[in-house]
Design a protein around this ligand. Structure first.
Ligand SMILES: Nc1nc2c(ncn2[C@@H]2O[C@H](COP(=O)(O)OP(=O)(O)O)[C@@H](O)[C@H]2O)c(=O)[nH]1
Ligand SMILES: [Mg+2]
Length: 458
């Protein structure tokens, strides 16, 4: 995809101003380029911070550009596996771009998105699962997302898959050996043992997949729509959960017409909360469009919060919202609990399994319970434990499912007394899937696609 012998350069810190900004150089000429850029005659000492100046020698006179700290990370122990020099300058976009331009003028090439991490992968510093974790870690918006990504970067998923692949490799080797010596009547593995060995690996794959839908929800975040008839306090509940006055709250029914949304951190779960127009039959064209949009948002949502006003008489419109959301995962919020109640939970005629909480968006009472119930509805109870591999990426899930299906086929073939060749063919398919996962054998276009989503400097 990219020329791996080039020396590449990019700003590694986010665009914008900050106390520091880092320019990263990687490749065979990283140190000689750094020497040209820096006002420092001695070679950079490995892994030492060197205070120096960036100088521009291209003009009629030498111009000092910034005072910086340069650090040299020699190959092969650097992030990319090539020689790397990191230059910490003052965090001004103008300065950082100037340093990059000076490096390019001396023969460096501007790095493509994700190219530093791609090199780390190509040089065997990270496997593909870990490289993907780098992007997830940088993109994380909740501490739990960051934790899962970091564990993945540390190798929890890599190790779990590696262990399965080793078991699989061992089984394949023994089956191949018994194929190679058929005349001696010597079987390196009993057919019963083969099926058992396959079953154990298949169960390992299934265990990884068991937590995957939850992992995926945590990694990707999800959407939750607040629904209810007009004036029950949807926008007030939205604002209270978001923690600011994003949505307009008025005593006039039908004021929220467009969707207002914001991301909230629900104990680590990134939830895009959507406030919607009140669901009701209306002759107002703008309001009707709002109601349509609310319904569309529900169709892609992971769950719904149905808001009801318990301080007002029960109406057929409330019943309609409950009916409309009967097939969605939902939490029912009986709002305005600070006022005298006009009806009780029994009116809802909902089973005990439906989460119903009394809240007051005005006083904040019951909101913690609402958050808790919502989280349970979305991901179930319990914690995400440290050091257990959490599979969270759709690519990984798809490949594990493929491996699991092939293992199932192999197991059935072995139990049915099929020849080693048949069993082996399925086992090889399973191995291919696992190797595509870790990057041992991944098509170039898949690798390209993965690194395309990185930003420049990663
Ligand atoms: N007493 C009381 N009034 C509330 C509460 N939540 C909302 N309201 C009031 O109900 C009215 C409608 O609220 P709003 O959030 O705009 O409802 P929406 O139309 O469903 O979005 C406003 O006058 C709010 O101040 C609550 O918990 N208690
Ligand atoms: Mg509203």
């Amino acid at each position: 995809m990219f020329a791996p012998d080039d020396t590449i350069v990019a700003v590694a810190t986010p665009s914008g101003r900050g106390g520091l900004g880092v320019v990263r150089l990687s490749g065979p000429h990283a140190t000689s380029l750094a020497k040209d850029l820096l006002d420092h005659s001695a070679p950079l000492l490995a892994r030492h911070a060197t205070v120096s100046r960036i100088v521009d020698t291209g003009g009629p006179s030498v111009e000092a550009v910034d005072r910086v700290v340069a650090t040299f990370f020699p190959r092969p122990g650097s992030y990319t596996g090539d020689d790397v020099v990191e230059i910490s300058a003052h965090g001004s976009p103008v300065l950082l771009e100037r340093i990059v331009a000076l490096a390019c003028a001396r023969g460096a090439r501007l790095a493509e998105p994700g190219e530093f991490t791609l090199r780390a992968y190509l040089n065997g510093r990270l496997d593909l699962v870990q490289a993907e974790a780098v992007a997830d870690l940088v993109d994380a918006v909740t501490p739990l997302q960051a934790r899962i990504a970091f564990d993945q970067l540390e190798g929890t998923v890599t190790q779990a898959i590696g262990a399965l692949d080793t078991e699989l490799f061992d089984l394949v080797a023994r089956l191949e050996a018994s194929l190679d010596f058929p005349d001696e009547g010597y079987h390196f593995v009993e057919p019963g043992m083969v099926a058992q060995g396959i079953a154990s690996i298949r169960e390992g794959v299934a265990a990884l997949l068991a937590g995957a839908s939850r992992g995926r929800l945590i990694r990707e975040g999800c959407q939750v729509v607040i629904l209810g008839k007009p004036n029950v306090g949807k926008s007030s509940v939205f604002n209270a959960l978001v923690g600011s006055s994003r949505a307009i709250v008025t005593p006039v029914a039908g004021t929220t017409r467009d969707l207002v949304s914001d991301v909230v951190d629900l104990e680590g779960l990134a939830v895009r909360l959507v406030d919607s127009a009140g669901i009701r039959a209306t002759s107002d064209a703008v309001e009707a469009e709002g109601v349509d949009r609310a319904r569309q948002a529900v169709s892609v949502a992971s769950a719904v919060v149905v808001v009801l006003d318990r301080s007002a008489p029960w109406e057929v419109e409330d019943q309609q919202v409950l009916q409309e959301t009967a097939n969605s995962r939902r939490v029912v919020a009986m709002n305005k609990m600070d006022e005298p109640a006009r009806w009780s939970r029994e009116v809802l005629a909902l089973g005990r399994d439906v989460a119903v909480v009394a809240v007051s968006a005005m006083t904040g009472e019951g909101l913690e319970a609402l958050r808790g119930r919502l989280r349970t509805v979305l991901v179930g109870g319990g914690e995400v434990y440290r050091d257990t591999p959490t599979v969270a990426n759709q690519r990984h899930i798809g490949l594990l499912e493929r491996a699991g299906a092939s293992l199932g086929d192999a197991e059935r073939a072995a139990r049915g007394g099929a020849t080693e060749e048949f069993v082996l063919a399925d086992l090889q398919l399973a191995r291919t899937a696992l190797e595509e996962l870790t990057g041992k054998r991944t098509p170039d276009e898949v690798v390209n696609h993965i690194f395309e989503r990185f930003c420049i400097g990663k």
